[in-house]
Each structure stands twice: as C-alpha cells, then as structure tokens.
Design a protein around this ligand. Structure first.
Ligand SMILES: Cc1ncc(COP(=O)(O)O)c(C=O)c1O
Length: 387
C-alpha cells in the first residue's frame, strides 16, 4: 500500500484498487473451494479454500496494512477470531483480561478456556498496579479492550505493552470499537489486534465477520496454522462485503464520532440521565490517554437512566435508533447490555462492572444529530409524564 497516502486515501488506493487481470474496480469474488495445481511438485499460492482464497487474501492483506501489522486473518465471526487467537495458549497458561470485556469473550474465557486448563484473572485495566499484581509466572497474554464495553474505560496501551514486555507475555487488543481509522495498537507495540468486523469495519449490519492482525512473522505462522486447523474462515461473499465496508470506514467513523461527542455532551444535561460514559468528555478519567493514543473518541457511548422501568419506557418511545444487539452501523443502534452484549455475564458480575439495569449503550450512526436529540427528548418527556 502506498505509504505516502493518509489512512483515508489508503482505504481506497491500495493493492486491491483494481483487479490486476481485468482492471475491475472491485475485488473479484472467487468461489472456488479448490485450485488446480499446474505442477505436480510445485503447488501454487492457493490449493484448498480453507487454507487460502484470493478474495479472503485481499481482505487479509488490506486489514494487515491498515493496522500496520505483518499478516491479517479473516474469520467467520469476531468470536471465531478471538477464540482462535486464544488457542495460541496451552494448558497450564494464564491470561489477564479486562474486567468489562465483551460478554462473549467473558463466556469463552470462563467456560471454555477454563475447561482446557487455561487460568484467567480479570483486572481493571485502568490500574497498572492491579495488572502487575495479577501477573503470574505462567501468564502468557494480557487481553485488553479499550474503550471497554460498555462503560468506556480507557487502558493505556503503551504502559500495558511495556509491562507485558517486562514479564515476557503477549498483548492482545480487541480494537472493534475504534477500528484502525482511530486507533492502531500495533504501532504502540501490541502483538495481536482483534476485531468483530461485524461492527464498524463492515458497517452496514449485513455481515458477521472477524479479523485478526499480528505484529510479527512468527505469530503470523502460528495463527495461520490455527486458522487452518480450526477452519472457521470467512466466506468469500462476506469477505467482499467487509472489503466494501472498509472503503467508507473513515468517513463513517468521522461523522459518527463527531455526532457521538455532541450527543454525549447533550445527554449529560438531560435530567432523566443519571450518568454518561464517553471518553471524549473532559471529566472522563481516560480522556488524556485516549487523546494521546487514538485519533478520536469513537462513536459509542453509554448512559444510565434511573432503572429498568425507565429504560423500558425510553426504548419503547424512541423512533430513530434500532433497538438491537450490535453496534457500529450506518443506522444508530441502541442496546441494553444487561440482556444483550453482557447477557452471558452473571448478574452480580455485571453489577460489579457498572453494567446496571439502568444502563443503555448507543452506537451512533449516520442520521442527523438533531433528529436523534429530538427523538430522545420526546422519549425523555414520556418518562417525566409517567413518573
Ligand atoms: C467488542 C466486541 N468484541 C467481539 C465481539 C464478537 O464479535 P462477533 O459478534 O462478530 O462474533 C463483539 C460483538 O458484539 C464485540 O462487541
């Protein structure tokens, strides 16, 4: 990819800009499950579709370049990417994980890795001392989500990388909320970047996909082996959808982050709202770190209403966002973490992490901010009426 171009331009002007054979301005979808070998002794780049496919390779190369890594991998879902990466661990190893990690990752760590004899400790990743205290002799991975989900805590990636290097463990970062448009963890020294490409990277609520990018060739070899062994690769139609989504990533992230910032400031002033979580608010404890390590604050925010009844009333009255599991799309998505993203987490664990029954998460899409404010104002008024 042309290094002299900015990220925004490189989304469009990269190795996949035109098909080398036909000039097609769209990556061809190659459905073949197998590839004829022209030479008995010397196989070509592609032999069998699970091990490699040209359309998937186009996506894998693109995401590796955008994240600044050496190799990319496309998986059937974000969870497939995350669980395959965790398979870099072996029985007897230990992993340190962000407390308010995505619910599906929590489920995988606590109910699957534990059965395989891999130990874990959840820590508040905003507290470096707590991370260090949790590191054991067998700790192999520090797993970070920043901003965390849904309480938007910010982890200082450079500090965690330095700590991991000192204790000779790897760092994994789930970069779903930021995308490489806003944050490139590998540039900060992180070893493996993971994505639910179902979210902002795909961007249109029409594909389930996962991506991983590694910092060095050795990790690349290991993950390629695991990707082929597990076989949870992304289908070619879906690879194409993700490649198409990537083309507008910058403009979508720019619009939605700006809108999320405006909404966070506005929500803070609403009497029905008890608390707003958004790293772009100056009072947010991670504001300075986020400003330094990322190019923006992102398009997701969370806010707390009085209780579950208030949430129900509000959700039943808003018209603009869809009320759904997921985030990172052209349409705004309102989610209720307690029964959606964090349903896999036991209630006490959720409460401890601040994921209360009054908490809603909003992923801001491409609608007009004024329309969202008017819509929310009307819904808040309905709360006041029924108080
Ligand atoms: C931060 C984060 N990581 C990972 C995942 C899992 O991704 P997928 O649903 O594509 O398997 C999600 C899904 O919501 C997520 O929000």
């Amino acid at each position: 990819m042309s290094e002299q171009f900015s990220f925004q331009t490189r989304l469009l002007h990269n190795n996949q800009k035109v098909d080398k054979e036909t000039g097609a301005v769209s990556v061809p979808i190659q459905h073949a499950s197998t590839f004829h070998q022209f030479d008995f002794d010397q196989f070509g780049t592609f032999d069998y579709g699970r091990s490699g496919n040209p359309t998937r390779a186009a996506l894998e190369e693109t995401i590796a370049e955008l994240e600044g890594g050496v190799q990319g991998f496309a998986f059937a879902s974000g969870m497939a990417a995350i669980s395959t990466a965790f398979m870099l661990l072996s029985k007897g190893d230990h992993v340190v994980v962000t407390t308010d990690v995505y619910g599906g990752t929590f489920r995988f760590v606590t109910q699957v890795l534990s059965r395989l004899g891999i130990e874990y400790t959840f820590v508040d990743m905003t507290n470096l001392d707590e991370i260090e205290a949790s590191i054991q002799e067998n700790t192999k991975v520090i797993y970070v989500e920043t901003p965390s989900n849904p309480t938007m805590k910010i982890t200082n990636l450079k500090e965690v990388v330095a700590l991991a290097e000192r204790y000779e463990c790897l760092t994994f970062v789930d970069n779903t909320f930021m995308t490489p448009a806003l944050q490139r963890p590998i540039e900060l020294g992180v070893d493996v970047v993971l994505h639910s490409a179902t979210k902002f990277i795909g961007g249109h609520s029409d594909v389930i996909a996962g991506l991983a990018v590694v910092k060095d060739e050795e990790l690349g070899k290991q993950l390629a082996f695991l990707q082929n062994s597990f076989g949870s690769v992304l289908g070619v139609q879906d690879c194409w959808l993700v490649l198409r989504g990537l083309k507008t990533l910058h403009v979508r992230m720019e619009h939605s982050s700006k809108a999320a910032h405006q909404l966070a400031l506005w929500l803070k002033e609403q009497s029905a709202v008890e608390r707003v979580y958004y790293p772009g608010l100056e009072g947010h404890s991670g504001y300075d770190i986020q400003k330094e390590q990322a190019d923006g604050f992102g398009a997701v925010l969370s806010f707390e209403l009085k209780d579950k009844d208030a949430v129900r009333q509000f959700v039943n009255n808003v018209k603009v966002p869809v009320f759904a599991v997921s985030l990172g799309a052209v349409e705004s998505i309102l989610s209720y973490p307690a029964t959606m993203s964090h349903a896999a987490m036991p209630s006490e664990e959720r409460q401890q992490r601040g994921i209360t029954d009054g908490l809603l998460r909003l992923s801001v899409g491409l609608e007009s901010v004024e329309d969202i404010k008017n819509d929310f104002s009307n819904a808040f008024e309905s709360l006041a009426v029924t108080k």
